[in-house]
Design a protein around this ligand. Structure first.
Ligand code: AMP
Length: 207
């Protein structure tokens, strides 16, 4: 067997064995909670770009200072910064069984960059799982979260802004992933346990 055939066999095995998932949906849909549970259960690395950026702000790093105001307004941080952040984060976990991406990608450019990154590493995204919650319930959850956590990025105006930005920039990715045949919607209402069970069902029957 020639060397390139050996390499392509190894690449194929990696694609088959690694489990990369994208958790998709508007702010407040419960992505973070479920992504963390799924990552723990399937022993995957949970990559929440929102959490990483909030930690950068807490530590007052250069990156944190750069993104602070944009995040406080509920706007999107630049694609360049996010793509670099994601590549750096993933490169720290070489040999991982897979990743649960939570809050990334949020734009077409980010989705294309993720594809390129996956291709470069002989990996792929197995499923894009969208949690689906009715709009009124979403707003109610976001307002409650703002009150409970005192999240400065969650005042009512900012919440509305985040939902508009989601609709304009992130929602169009649904078509992008539907065309690839990897998009699946899961009801995000019910107990955390119920939603988790539906997610496991989708993940276990992903082939
Ligand atoms: P999240 O916790 O995922 O809702 O993210 C909180 C905030 O972080 C967002 O409102 C954005 O300002 C920023 N952010 C997180 N992920 C991204 C991303 N993929 N692209 C651009 N901005 C992001």
């Amino acid at each position: 067997m020639c060397h390139c055939e050996e390499r392509s066999d190894a690449a194929k095995r990696k694609i088959e064995t690694m489990l990369n998932l994208i958790f998709f949906g508007p702010p407040g849909v419960g992505k973070g909670t479920q992504a963390a549970r799924v990552a723990k259960f399937y022993k995957l690395i949970h990559v929440s770009t929102g959490d990483i950026l909030r930690e950068e702000i807490r530590l007052k790093t250069d990156l944190g200072m750069k993104v602070k105001d944009v995040m406080a307004r509920g706007e999107l941080v630049s694609d360049d910064l996010l793509i670099e952040l994601l590549e750096n984060t993933c490169s720290k976990h070489k040999g991982a069984k897979g990743f649960v991406f939570d809050g990334f990608p949020r734009t077409l450019r980010q989705a294309e960059a993720l594809d390129e990154m996956m291709n470069r590493q002989d990996c792929k995204v197995a499923k894009v799982i969208a949690l689906e919650v009715p709009a009124e319930e979403l707003l109610r959850r976001l307002v409650n979260r703002a009150i409970e956590q005192g999240r400065t990025d969650d005042t009512v105006e900012v919440i509305k802004n985040r939902l508009i930005i989601y609709r304009n920039y992130t929602q169009p990715l649904i078509e992008f992933y539907k065309k690839k045949g990897i998009f699946v919607g899961v009801p995000g209402v019910g107990t955390i346990e119920d939603v988790f069970a539906s997610l496991c069902n989708v993940i276990d029957n992903r082939y």
